[in-house]
Write a new protein. Structure first.
Length: 460
């Protein structure tokens, strides 16, 4: 039978709460990096922002592929298949390690590409400093995310939250010490920020692996056993689902990377303002991102157990709650943009006057698209819980790159709206994605349920 909305919402929030906290902790690490860049100089902020955007663009594909671990383990958990869940987790670890090596090689050779794309030599040089040691974070980061998917699919997301929060605190303290040269440490600048991120990411992975190994709740899932011999069928299944998820993540983040490149051709002021405003928007986005991940687990759990009506109900509850939360952030961005920018920059410092003014204008635009961003993210999670990632990829590709990116370029340059025009283009793409993905989830569920709204038919 279909659960009451309040019952499903409570179940969803019990899982989503720690995941949202984990997402916010991860974003706080990125915010710490941004704050430390700003303490160095406006030039370091612009170049470091370019490096951060490049890192996100390359690493987000890997993260998308690894996100399939949680989806498939949730489905196996719903079906009572512990052996299949174990094999998929092992495959996720191996896939993460392989992708980490490839992504690092790409990041270390980006400088010629950035110059070719019209970025200023100074910004590219600073981006290179930031990316010197940062890629060493990838093995630990992807290991942590694979294990996060595994334990979250089992309904145990609290250890992820605790480890993430501790990592955030350590990241801030080490960053501050290296930027200020405390305790006799050298002032490593942007290189130091990348180094700290790498150290913290790998320590977090070790901590979560140790917890899973020691806690008796994971005894039915012997991940260490035969880890050296991953299951090829599990690797193929994970890759088949993970590839379009990674593609979806890439086209979405690619849209914002495209926006950063547009800003970089305008100047350091525009790029710096974009980085500050994007960090604020991304922090708010962590709530629907964590919620989306939890919705995937809930929908996948019901789907694996052949409870399709309950799966549809979980998706609808998640989308509605995500919309309500992001509507609140829209109001906040509209009413208090200066206060939010003031959390990152000194509003009275003449050196950042241009950056502050432009960042405030960008947040006013963001107030209009936060609602759409939340809806499209949770709707994506709902569809993925049905083991369907191709739909989200195709919708994202069309809405982001056939609507959002062209609109951003036209408004920014031919229409001469500058940086604000870029963000209006982003808003248009996200609005189309929100409507399309919500309709796609409803269509997918109706098709699977044979066009009826009652009963729990066996999934095909």
């Amino acid at each position: 039978m279909q659960a009451a909305p309040t019952h499903e919402l409570k179940a969803l929030l019990r899982l989503a709460g720690p995941l949202i906290a984990s997402q916010l902790a991860h974003m706080l690490m990125l915010l710490t990096d941004t704050l430390m860049m700003a303490r160095i100089s406006p030039e370091a902020l612009a170049g470091g922002g370019l490096g951060a955007a490049s890192y996100s663009f390359v690493s987000i594909f890997c993260l998308g592929v690894i996100a399939a671990v949680g989806t498939l383990v949730a489905i196996r958990h719903g079906a009572g298949d512990t052996e299949g869940a174990t094999r998929l987790t092992q495959a996720g670890l191996w896939l993460g390690w392989i992708m980490a090596v490839v992504a690092a090689l790409v990041l270390w050779n980006l400088e010629p590409v950035l110059l070719l794309l019209g970025q200023t030599p100074g910004n590219v040089e600073n981006a290179g400093h930031f990316l010197l040691l940062l890629p060493f974070a990838l093995p630990g980061y992807l290991t942590f995310m694979a294990l996060r998917g595994f334990t979250s699919a089992l309904g145990r997301s609290s250890p992820v939250m605790v480890i993430s929060l501790v990592g955030t605190v350590v990241n801030f303290l080490l960053n501050y010490a290296l930027i200020e040269g405390m305790f006799g440490l050298p002032k490593l600048g942007l290189v130091g920020i990348g180094l700290v991120t790498a150290v913290v990411a790998n320590c977090m992975a070790v901590a979560l692996a140790w917890y899973i190994r020691r806690h008796p709740a994971y005894a039915p899932y012997p991940i260490r056993r035969h880890l050296a011999r991953p299951s090829m069928p599990a690797l193929r299944e994970l890759w088949r689902l993970g590839l379009p998820i990674g593609g979806t993540y890439t086209v979405e983040v690619g849209l914002f990377a495209f926006a950063a490149l547009c800003m970089g051709t305008m100047g350091s002021t525009e790029l710096g303002a974009h980085q500050i405003a994007l960090q604020i928007v991304s922090t708010a986005f962590m709530i629907p991102a964590g919620l989306s991940y939890a919705v995937t687990m809930r929908v996948g759990l019901h789907y694996g157990a052949d409870r399709l009506l309950a799966a549809r109900h979980a998706g609808r509850v998640g989308i509605g709650f995500g919309a309500a939360v992001m509507l609140g952030f829209s109001v906040l961005f509209w009413l208090q943009p200066e206060a939010l920018v003031g959390l990152f920059l000194d509003l009275e410092d003449p050196a950042f006057a241009g950056v502050v003014q432009l960042a405030v204008s960008l947040l006013m635009v963001a107030a209009w698209f936060e609602l759409f961003d939340g809806i499209q993210t949770v709707a994506m999670g709902s569809i993925r819980g049905l083991k369907d990632a191709k739909t989200t990829f195709l919708v994202g590709l069309c809405c982001y790159w056939l609507i959002g990116a062209p609109a951003a370029w036209v408004m920014a340059f031919p229409l001469q709206m500058g940086a604000v025009g870029v963000w209006w283009g982003l808003a248009l793409g996200l609005a189309f994605a929100a409507v399309s993905l919500t309709l796609a989830f409803e269509w997918r569920m109706k098709r699977m349920m044979g066009g009826v709204g009652l009963g729990v038919p066996v999934r095909p």
